[in-house]
Design a protein. Structure first.
Length: 205
């Protein structure tokens, strides 16, 4: 590729790794190297907005950028990288593994509770996707709880499911939902449920 325009160092770095993205899946570290300066320059602390900016400026897919940022944030947690690797060994998708680490942080906010995380990961890895979604949703609602409380809440959630809401989506919207859910190892329905629960929790409903 020959460019007749002057580009920034950040854009140059992104272009230098984009070939790897086309040839083979980029490693998370490579993605972070490509977006680091943009993230540190324009980052606001809002993962969604920051990832969007990095994706737009580099051309790297949004889901890949989000994963790289999440993994980098995990490295800043004490015991974070160790427990993240443990969750990956149990074949837990990246975004869910990171959710678990954030839920299992100690009261200081910067240390991951190893014992609590390991118990959660071991239980979580053995469940089907439906119970995984319910357990993760229950844990997010009560991050100060313990595994037994989360398990009970998840089972109760499944037994007392409310009214079903049937929604039709335009084809393009559904395709985007499928891409998002696949990137997190969920079915479209599970992803919609988890996303709605997260929004409700965040906004205090």
């Amino acid at each position: 590729m020959v460019l007749d325009e002057v580009i920034s160092p950040e854009e140059g770095k992104a272009l230098s790794v984009i070939e790897n993205l086309i040839r083979v899946d980029m490693q998370t570290k490579e993605v972070w190297n490509a977006i680091e300066e943009i993230y540190l320059t324009f980052g606001s602390g809002n993962l969604g907005k920051d990832a969007q900016i990095c994706a737009e400026k580099t051309g790297i897919p949004l889901s890949v950028v989000k994963d790289a940022i999440r993994v980098e944030l995990v490295k800043n947690l004490k015991n974070g990288e160790k427990m993240y690797r443990y969750a990956q060994e149990k074949r837990i998708p990246k975004s869910q593994a990171i959710d678990i680490l954030n839920i299992c942080r100690k009261s200081d906010g910067i240390t991951v509770d190893e014992k609590k995380t390991q118990e959660f990961v071991d239980y979580y890895a053995a469940q089907d996707n439906k119970l995984r979604s319910s357990t993760l949703a229950a844990a997010k609602q009560n991050p100060g709880g313990n595994l037994e409380q989360w398990k009970d809440a998840a089972l109760t959630m499944q037994q007392t499911q409310g009214k079903k809401i049937s929604t039709e989506y335009p084809q393009r919207t559904y395709e985007r939902i499928e891409l998002a859910s696949t990137s997190e190892g969920l079915t479209p329905g599970e992803w919609i449920y988890a996303t709605v629960m997260s929004r409700l929790d965040t906004e205090g409903f």
